[in-house]
Design a protein around this ligand. Structure first.
Ligand code: DGL
Length: 270
């Protein structure tokens, strides 16, 4: 009954960790495409091709359901995959919708017309490809009216985290928050629209100030996955084993993952 969790690199581990806690009986297969990270500077054809090949690998591991724990792939490839590529007996889900439902105070799957919500000024921090796709604004517009979104493309942050250079990552986060605040001085809420960014969440919160509500995806996605599996128990695939696959150097990736998660994680070659 394995479920796949995919990211371009290490960021999806933030979602994996929350999902493992929420669903301890489910074996997860994690796939990090570390060789090709970051995705955020690639074009959408490239992101589509890489994401499809990673997801195919997870079908082979007995996962019928794969979560794209990568906003960039969710923004640039998910819709095309669902419309033209995913077989009828498989599912691929993204990470945007649970976040937007939380921001707009909706229950899962509430498809009623867009309405006014409490939060009016939202800062979105994401990769250049996610920002360019405007997928977040599009999904938000289906659910809420009158929300002003200011997006900041956070170049360099994913690379620094993948390299394990957290000092550089912190400096970049602070400078991206400053840049955002020049465009929107008093956001009420901030969205961490990249699954790598929760690894820097305290820095975002500190730079934004304590009165800004910071939304990140891990727990929201885990909760909506639990709800989905309850409604679609047949989407638990045949895989039985927890696995960590990477296209990068397994030793290097394992060391970084162990450092981030503060528990021993062993990746093998995808
Ligand atoms: N964690 C990915 C995301 O959520 C990072 C994308 C990248 O590789 O640039 O967008």
């Amino acid at each position: 009954m394995a479920v796949g969790i995919f990211d371009s690199g290490l960021g999806g581990l933030t979602v994996l960790e929350a999902a493992r806690k929420r669903l301890p009986e489910v074996p997860f297969v994690y796939f990090g495409d570390n060789l090709h990270a970051p995705y955020g500077v690639r074009d959408s054809d490239d992101i589509f091709g890489l994401t499809c090949s990673a997801v195919s690998r997870m079908w082979d591991e007995g996962c019928d359901l794969v979560i794209l724990a990568c906003n960039t792939a969710s923004a640039a490839a998910l819709r095309r995959m669902q419309e033209s590529w995913v077989p009828r007996d498989k599912r691929v889900l993204g990470v945007f919708v649970p976040l937007i439902e939380a921001l707009t105070e909706r229950q899962w799957g509430d498809n009623s017309p867009p309405r006014e919500v409490a939060v009016k000024n939202v800062a979105l921090f994401a990769t250049p490809a996610t920002v360019a796709s405007r997928a977040f604004q599009r999904e938000l517009a289906f659910r809420a009216i009158g929300v002003d979104v200011e997006a900041q493309a956070c170049g360099g942050v994913v690379d620094a985290i993948e390299e394990g250079d957290l000092i550089l990552a912190e400096a970049l986060v602070r400078s991206h928050v400053d840049a955002l605040k020049r465009k929107m001085p008093t956001p009420q809420a901030a969205i961490l629209g990249c699954t790598h960014y929760p690894l820097m969440e305290t820095v975002f919160q500190d730079a934004l100030g304590a009165d800004v509500m910071v939304f990140s995806q891990a727990n929201l996605v885990a909760e909506s996955l639990a709800d989905y599996l309850q409604r679609h128990p047949s989407m638990r695939g045949t895989g039985q084993e927890e696995k960590y696959l990477t296209t990068g150097d397994p030793r290097r990736v394992s060391d970084r993952a162990t450092q981030f998660l503060r528990r021993e994680v062993r990746f093998t070659q995808a």
